[in-house]
Design a binder for this molecule. Structure first.
Ligand code: NCD
Length: 312
C-alpha cells in the first residue's frame, strides 16, 4: 500500500501513485455497487460522522451511502440546527464530537482552511467534502475516475475546465490532480472569472469558448457560484449563456468523442444547455455521480486501514 495519509484534506498533498491507488480500489467498488447485494464489512465497528456546514445534496448522500455500504455506523449532524447557531466555535464543536470517538469525520465548510484546522484538533481521520474555494478532493478523484474509465487513460489528455474558475474548489482540486497526472489543462471563461494567475500553474487561459474547446478530449463545465460573488462578475445570465454556455455549436469544436462533465448542481440554460446535459452519447454527468460513491468508499477504506495500522 502506498497511500500513507492520515486525512484526505486535499489533492495537493497526494503523490500520483496514491491517486492511482485510490482509483484502482474505486474501480473494484464500482463493480460491487453494480451487484444486487452491495455490502462489505471493511468499516464494520467504525463510526463515521458527516458534518455539513453548507448545503449539499449529492456529496452528503454519496458519503452516507459509501459508509453504509462498507458497514460503518453513519451519523449525519444537522449543522444548521446545531450549537453553532448558539455561538459555539468550530473547534468546540469538533472537540465535542471528538469525545464521542468517531473514526471518520466528513466535513464541508464555507471557509477555506476550516477543515484543515479541524483536522489538527481531532484524533480521527478527516475527509474534506469541500472547504470554501480551497479544495474538494473527492470530487476531483471521482472526475478522474470517470475520465480514466471513459478515455482509457488519465494522462496526456486535453481538458478544458470552463466557467466560474475563480470561486470553484472543484476547479482547484481538478487543476492540481490533472496537472499531477500530466494532462494539458485549459481554463476557459470571462477574465473576471478566470484569474490569469492560473497560467503560473501551467494552465492555458482562454476567454473564448470556440478557441478554448478546440480539439479537447474533455469538457468540464462549472456552475456559476452566485453565492460566492460579491460584485458584477458577469453582465447577465442571458449574455453569459450566449458566450460561455455549452451548446451543440460550441461543443462541435471539441474532438468528436469528447465527453461533457459537470459536478452538479447544474443551472440549465446558464452554463449548459439542457439537451447537451441529457445527451447520453456525450454527457457523463450521471456516471460522475456513480463514480462518486465508489471513490468515497475507496478513500474511507484506505484511511481506515491506516488508522488501524497506526502507520501515520
Ligand atoms: C460542488 C461544490 O459544492 O463544490 N458541488 C458538488 O460537490 N458536487 C460544485 C458547486 O457547488 O457548484
Amino acid at each position: 500500500m502506498t497511500f500513507r495519509q492520515r486525512h484526505l484534506l486535499g489533492i495537493d498533498p497526494l503523490h500520483p501513485t496514491e491517486i492511482t491507488e485510490i482509483l484502482d480500489l474505486a474501480d473494484k467498488y464500482v463493480d460491487l455497487n453494480r451487484q444486487s447485494i452491495k455490502h462489505s464489512d471493511v468499516l464494520a465497528g467504525l463510526t463515521q460522522i458527516n458534518m455539513f456546514f453548507e448545503n449539499s445534496t449529492r456529496t452528503q448522500a454519496s458519503f452516507e451511502l459509501a459508509g453504509k455500504r462498507l458497514g460503518a455506523d453513519v451519523m449525519n449532524m444537522a449543522m444548521q440546527a446545531s450549537s453553532i447557531k448558539k455561538g459555539e466555535t468550530l473547534i468546540d464543536t469538533a472537540l465535542t464530537l471528538n469525545a464521542m470517538h468517531p473514526d471518520l469525520l466528513v466535513v464541508r465548510h464555507p471557509h477555506s482552511g476550516a477543515v484543515d484546522l479541524l483536522a489538527q484538533k481531532v484524533n480521527c481521520a478527516v475527509l474534506n467534502a469541500g472547504d470554501g474555494r480551497h479544495e474538494h478532493p473527492t470530487q476531483a478523484l471521482l472526475d478522474a475516475l470517470t475520465i480514466r474509465r471513459r478515455k482509457g487513460r488519465l494522462h496526456r489528455l486535453n481538458i478544458a475546465i470552463c466557467g466560474d474558475i475563480a470561486h470553484s474548489r472543484v476547479a482547484r482540486s481538478n487543476i492540481i490532480l490533472l496537472g499531477k497526472m500530466e494532462n494539458r489543462i485549459r481554463l476557459v471563461g470571462p477574465t473576471t472569472l478566470v484569474p490569469s494567475v492560473f497560467s503560473e500553474f501551467g494552465c492555458e487561459v482562454y476567454d473564448d469558448m470556440n478557441e478554448g474547446l478546440r480539439d479537447v478530449d474533455v469538457v468540464m463545465m462549472l456552475r456559476l457560484q452566485r453565492e460566492r460573488m460579491d460584485g458584477g462578475f458577469i453582465p447577465s445570465e442571458r449574455e453569459y449563456y450566449h458566450r460561455y454556455g455549452l451548446d451543440a455549436e460550441k461543443l462541435s469544436k471539441a474532438k468528436p468523442d469528447a465527453i461533457v462533465m459537470h459536478p452538479g448542481p447544474m443551472n440549465r440554460g446558464v452554463e449548459i444547455d439542457g439537451d447537451i446535459a441529457d445527451d447520453i452519447n456525450r454527457s457523463v454527468i450521471q456516471e460522475q455521480v456513480e463514480m462518486g460513491v465508489a471513490v468515497r468508499m475507496a478513500a474511507m477504506d484506505l484511511l481506515a486501514q491506516n488508522l488501524r495500522e497506526g502507520v501515520v
